[in-house]
Design a binder for this molecule. Structure first.
Ligand SMILES: *Cc1c(COP(=O)(O)O)cnc(C)c1O
Length: 397
């Protein structure tokens, strides 16, 4: 199986926005994904850290089935029960006060940017600038692309949305240098996911919290990837022990259906009628699913399982790195990366696929692993075995 760059005729009606293997995936169950040819893959992409409970979990089918017979979309101009329940549950679990629901991570982050600008207008004399970070990823609409720090992105669709000043992760001096009298907020991923699982240090996050308190800035965490139990606590900020003022969630919140959330503390929850909205914002079908998913993720034994299997994966990766003379292993919970020490990650991803394991090259030199959060120890061991075969082609195992 090869990655196509020239589109195969059967793919010609889809815009070719990314390189994809020339297979069609037709079914997923738990940790496994099947292609049209009947080949089975252990899936450590899981929809890009989306399928927190693996493929097609029964509790999602049930929630979809039940809610779809009651109410799909009454319109965002009317209240509905699942969104009220989900908002209450998220606030109770996180300590935040109010929620706005969207469909994608980019939408939640765009909402966070708008909220910060509004707060700057009403509470900070018109301050609007947001400090964001090199290599950050916040989404693919125009504002979140400008907030992101992916190399080359500033040249893609000019003119770029203004109002973002860039700093470097774990470098407080760079943050201080990026601040100006117009600064209103600092936005970051507590672990930079797309950059290759690069964690902020707890000291850095604590220093940012202090800085925000001293200067009257909002601390905003993009937890679209690190939230919803991915790091072994329900929210990543709990893992680091630093509380932001604004939090965004997405991906794992829906467990495979599109839903995201923007959470704010009361002091900065300043949207008024007409400021924010969306046709599907808080639609009951997606909220019913997220409610069922969250109810599972929040269980202490579930979170303990993420930490246990995460430690098993981290340990396995470290052993494998030592055996093969590879580089650093980074991660928490069930979000891990392995540095190869060379730019061969794309080739390793292809060899893994040939072995029946789906993973991602977060960077040309770095592999990323995002198994389902209810992974079994057998799945972890099997994935590590398949990875080792892909790293050492030709050796017998
Ligand atoms: C995936 C991701 C996003 C974007 O989410 P979409 O649902 O693709 O819009 C934003 N921030 C982070 C940290 C992400 O990992």
């Amino acid at each position: 199986m090869q990655t196509t760059t020239v589109p195969d005729p059967q793919f010609r009606h889809l815009m070719q926005v990314t390189a994809r293997p020339a297979s069609i995936f037709v079914r997923g169950q738990g940790a496994w994904l099947w292609d049209e040819a009947g080949r089975r893959y252990l899936d450590w992409l899981q929809g890009w850290a989306v399928n927190s409970l693996g493929h097609s979990p029964e509790l999602i089918s049930r929630a979809l089935q039940e809610q779809s017979t009651q109410l799909l979309t009454p319109s965002p101009a009317l209240y509905n029960l699942p969104s009220l329940r989900l908002a209450a549950s998220l606030c109770e679990l996180s300590g935040f006060d109010q929620v706005f629901f969207g469909s994608t991570g980019a939408e939640a982050n765009e909402g966070a940017i708008k909220l910060a600008r509004k707060w700057g207008r009403v509470a900070r004399g018109g301050a609007y600038e947001i400090v964001t970070f090199a290599d950050a990823f916040h989404g693919r609409n125009l504002a979140t692309m400008a907030a992101s720090g992916k190399a080359g992105w500033d040249a893609l669709f000019p003119p770029n949305v203004p109002g973002f000043a860039k700093a470097r992760l774990n470098d407080l001096d760079s943050v201080l240098a990026a601040l100006s009298p117009r600064s209103v907020a600092i936005l970051l991923e507590p672990v930079q996911g797309e950059a290759g699982v690069r964690p902020a240090t707890p000291e850095f996050l604590r220093a940012l919290r202090r800085l925000c308190d001293e200067r009257g800035l909002l601390l905003m965490f993009d937890e679209v990837q690190t939230g919803c139990a991915r790091l072994g606590e329900l929210f990543g900020f709990q893992h680091f022990g630093v509380e932001p003022d604004v939090l965004t969630l997405g991906k794992g919140l829906g467990g495979g259906v599109p839903i995201s959330a923007l959470l704010a503390r009361a002091h900065c929850s300043v949207f008024e009628h007409g400021d924010q909205g969306g046709t599907y914002a808080g639609n009951p079908l997606m909220c019913a699913v997220a409610l069922a998913v969250l109810d599972r993720l929040r269980q202490p034994e579930f979170l303990a399982g993420v930490r246990t299997q995460g430690a098993r994966l981290g340990e396995g990766l470290r052993e494998l790195s030592a055996r093969h003379g590879l580089g650093e292993v980074r991660g928490h919970g069930l979000l891990w990366a392995l540095e190869l020490g060379h730019d061969g990650a794309g080739a390793v991803v292809e060899r893994c696929r040939e072995q029946g394991l789906l993973i991602n090259a977060a960077r040309p030199h770095c592999l990323r692993f995002m198994p389902r959060l209810d992974s079994t120890p057998e799945e972890i061991d099997q994935g590590l075995r398949l990875l080792e075969r892909a790293l050492a082609p030709g050796e017998a195992h």
